[in-house]
Design a protein around this ligand. Structure first.
Ligand code: SF4
Ligand code: SF4
Length: 374
């Protein structure tokens, strides 16, 4: 049985709810249909539990149209966790051998190259330029997106940590953290990657593990322990490290104003909201201009849980809407603290909005903004 009685009761309640949460669901925004909504997914599974409908091809499609952004959970009074319910059902779909075709290529790429982008493993750290030895030894777990698609986040993170007096180490044996597989239902392969990474990370003599990707942060701090895989050193997101050393951060005056996008994995999933804001306000010397939808009410960028791989146009539609919300503030800089969000938001931002990740804006303050943006 996939769902126990308690979960089945929650699914039944959701299937009968007035379903106003659909107005915060980004996939309702993208499709404008009642099927890809929290209620639509619960109704589908409720019908399966009661034996009135099987999960057919359309059902699978609806389950994979969810971003697992957990926005519905913040809205839902009885706190029904649709993202987790969807993920549980996805797991069974993968075990049944019915994973959507579009995700098979990602799994094959990770099997072959240890990253979902089909990039050679030996080029994973080709951006790396270590300059410093001595200081607190921090192991930077880069994550696939910063390593291959947003390399300036990775190189800026290393430079920044060295500037703050740390010694940075990177493992040539780092593999994908497993998040893209676990979130899309391939738990078995995800655990395989997790076991490898735990072995590699535990063998390092570094004092702490630092991540810039909230997807990595969530799996390393929540999913790995759930699988009884224990890391022998603390894991910190870069926003936490920078906030701890806020007195040592550079300050520069930025022209215009800055707004901030909360990544779902960092915010709603791991409750980190204040740290990146404090860092940005410190280095820019000015308050952020907040978007109307912010913190636990922030709209997802559209890039989560396999949606961009399977439905790229809908994912981009959601990303473009988030960029529109950022532009509505009048800000000319949009900062996020997630390589995956940055990648999506930058693709939709146009010329009048500069999209940066947290380490980038801090280093920009150090170097002097004009040298880098202009
Ligand atoms: S997720 Fe909560 S608010 Fe939304 S339809 Fe289900 S029960 Fe209702
Ligand atoms: S987790 Fe996000 S995309 Fe999925 S049903 Fe909830 S609000 Fe919609």
């Amino acid at each position: 049985m996939i769902f126990d009685d308690s979960l089945a009761a929650q699914i039944r309640m959701c299937a009968a709810c007035p379903k106003m949460c659909r107005h915060v669901c980004p996939t309702f925004f993208a499709w404008r249909s009642d099927a890809p909504t929290p209620h639509g997914r619960a109704l589908l599974i409720h019908q399966e539990i009661t034996g009135t409908r099987e999960i057919d091809e359309r059902g699978i499609e609806i389950l994979y149209q969810c971003l697992e952004c957990s926005h519905c959970l913040t809205f839902c009074k009885p706190e029904i966790d649709i993202a987790t319910i969807v993920e549980l059902r996805r797991k069974a779909i993968v075990s049944e051998g019915r994973r959507p075709e579009g995700l098979n290529d990602m799994a094959v790429a990770i099997r072959k190259h240890h990253n979902p982008y089909s990039e050679p493993h030996e080029l994973r750290n080709d951006w790396l330029d270590l300059k410093k030895s001595g200081g607190k030894n921090l192991l930077y777990f880069t994550g696939c997106t910063a390593a291959y698609r947003e390399k300036e986040i990775a190189s800026d993170t290393v430079e920044l940590l060295e500037t703050l007096g740390h010694q940075v180490s990177i493992s040539s044996e780092e593999w994908c953290c497993g998040s893209p597989l676990i979130r899309t239902g391939d738990e078995e392969f995800g655990i395989e990657l997790a076991k490898h990474n735990v072995e590699v990370l535990n063998a390092s003599d570094a004092e702490e593990i630092i991540v810039t990707c909230p997807g990595c942060y969530r799996v390393l701090t929540r999913d790995y322990p759930d699988y009884d895989l224990k890391l022998n050193k603390p894991v910190k997101h870069i926003s936490q490290v920078l906030e701890e050393q806020i007195g040592n951060l550079p300050i520069d005056k930025f022209e215009g104003s800055i707004t901030f996008h909360d990544s779902c994995h960092l915010g709603r999933h791991c409750d980190i909201y204040d740290e990146p804001r404090k860092v940005i306000e410190k280095v820019s010397g000015a308050p952020l201009v907040e978007m109307e939808r912010t913190r636990d009410n922030a709209m997802c960028c559209g890039n989560g849980a396999g949606l961009r791989t399977l439905f790229p146009e809908k994912a981009k539609k959601i990303g473009a809407e988030r960029v529109r919300q950022a532009k509505n503030t009048g800000a000319n800089i949009l900062v996020t603290s997630c390589p995956f969000c940055k990648n999506m938001l930058k693709s939709q931002s146009g010329e009048d909005l500069t999209v940066l990740d947290l380490p980038e804006i801090v280093l920009m303050a150090k170097r002097g903004r004009k040298a880098n943006i202009d």
